[in-house]
Ligand binder design. Structure first.
Ligand code: GTR
Length: 326
C-alpha cells in the first residue's frame, strides 16, 4: 500500500514537472540578453530555447533573462567565462579586448553589405574567429544580425568635423576608443543601460547604434539627430559557455547548433523588418535624420585604424580574406 502511494506521488510530481523526462539528466540553463522581449535578438533566442526544449523533450530547459536582468554586458561576459551564465547573445564589440580577432568584425566599413557579412560570418572566417572565442569561454552557435551603426547626438552632425570635441559613448573596447579618437571626438565607455540618462544630463553629447537600438532604448528622445554614417556593422553571436559545452555529448551539441542556426534565420528576417519599423517610429517620435550620401570623408579618417589593428600577420590575413569573400 505504502509503495503504491509513493509510486502515485512520484508520478504526480513528475507530471507537474513535465520537463523532467529523465530526472538524472534534466538541465536548467540560464541565459543572458540585454534587449527587451520584443526585440529581434530576444525573439530569436526564444525560438532557440523553444526548439531545444521540444527536441530534447524538455531535458534541456533554457530560460533567457531578457532586458539585462542578469547585469550589463561587461558583467555578463565575465559570468559566461566563469560559467554562472550558460548562454547569451553578445555584440562583438564587448569582446574586442578579450578576443582580439573579433576586432576585424568591428573595423569601420569592413563589410560591403549584409550579404557579404553573412558570407563571412557563416563561413570559414566566422569559424576561425569562433575558435578564438571558444578558447576564451564562448562557444559560438550562430551569428545574429545587428545592422549598421550610425552616430546620433544632441546636436546635428553633418560632417566629420562636427565630431570634433564631442563626448561620445562607446562600448568597452579599445578599438572603439580609437575610432572616436580618429574622428577627433572623446570616447566615453559606458554600459548600454546608462546611455539614456547620460545623454539626458549632458554627461555625453552623442552615441552610436543601429536603428532598432536607437528606438528600443528611446535614445531618440534625448539625442534627436541621427546621422546615417553606417560606420560599422558589428555582428552578434548566440553562444554557450565553454563549461556547459564540455559537458554535452556530440548529439546534443549538434542539436543545439541546428536549433541556433534556425533561430538565426528567423532573427535575421525579424531584423530586416525591425530596421524599417524602428526608423519610422523614431521619425514619427521627432528624430531628425541627416542622410550621409558620401561616406568617403568618414572612411578616410578611419583608415589609420587598419594600420593599428590589422598590421599583425593574423589580423592582416583575416582582413584580406574578408575583403576577398564573396
Ligand atoms: C546593441 C547591441 C547590444 C549592445 C548595444 C550597445 O546594438 O545589440 O548587444 O552591444 O548595442 O551599444 O551596448
Amino acid at each position: 500500500m505504502f509503495r503504491r502511494i509513493a509510486r502515485i506521488a512520484t508520478a504526480a510530481v513528475l507530471a507537474a514537472l513535465p520537463w523532467v523526462s529523465t530526472p538524472s539528466q534534466a538541465q536548467e540553463w540560464r541565459g543572458w540578453n540585454i534587449h527587451p522581449p520584443d526585440y529581434p535578438v530576444s525573439r530569436g533566442m526564444d525560438r532557440f530555447t523553444e526548439l531545444v526544449a521540444q527536441r530534447t523533450n524538455n531535458r534541456i530547459r533554457m530560460r533567457t533573462f531578457h532586458s539585462a536582468q542578469l547585469g550589463q554586458q561587461d558583467e555578463a561576459i565575465q559570468q559566461m567565462r566563469i560559467g554562472s551564465i550558460d548562454f547569451a547573445e553578445f555584440n562583438m564589440s564587448g569582446l574586442n579586448n578579450i578576443v582580439p580577432s573579433t576586432q576585424v568584425f568591428t573595423l569601420p566599413f569592413i563589410f560591403r553589405d549584409v550579404a557579404h557579412q553573412h558570407a563571412v560570418v557563416d563561413g570559414p572566417i566566422g569559424d576561425a574567429v569562433g575558435e578564438d572565442l571558444a578558447k576564451a569561454g564562448f562557444v559560438v552557435l550562430a551569428w545574429y544580425d545587428a545592422g549598421a551603426r550610425s552616430m546620433y547626438a544632441r546636436r546635428p552632425i553633418r560632417t566629420p568635423e562636427d565630431m570634433r570635441g564631442l563626448k561620445v559613448r562607446v562600448q568597452t573596447s579599445d578599438l572603439w576608443i580609437d575610432i572616436m579618437r580618429a574622428l577627433g571626438a572623446n570616447a566615453t565607455p559606458l554600459p548600454f543601460g546608462e546611455v539614456y540618462t547620460s545623454l539626458q544630463s549632458g554627461v555625453i553629447d552623442a552615441a552610436e547604434n543601429n536603428w532598432p537600438s536607437y528606438e528600443s532604448t528611446r535614445h531618440f528622445e534625448v539625442a534627436r539627430y541621427f546621422t546615417t554614417t553606417e560606420h560599422s556593422n558589428v555582428p552578434e553571436i548566440l553562444a554557450v559557455s565553454r563549461q556547459r559545452w564540455q559537458r554535452l555529448n556530440a548529439a546534443d551539441r549538434e542539436l543545439l547548433r541546428t536549433a541556433a542556426r534556425e533561430s538565426a534565420t528567423y532573427q535575421r528576417e525579424l531584423w530586416a523588418e525591425r530596421e524599417r519599423t524602428s526608423r519610422d517610429k523614431v521619425v514619427a517620435g521627432g528624430a531628425q535624420v541627416i542622410e550621409i550620401t558620401d561616406r568617403a570623408p568618414w572612411s578616410r579618417l578611419m583608415e589609420p585604424l587598419y594600420t593599428k589593428y590589422a598590421s599583425e600577420p593574423r589580423m592582416a590575413e583575416l582582413v584580406r580574406r574578408i575583403r576577398e569573400a564573396r
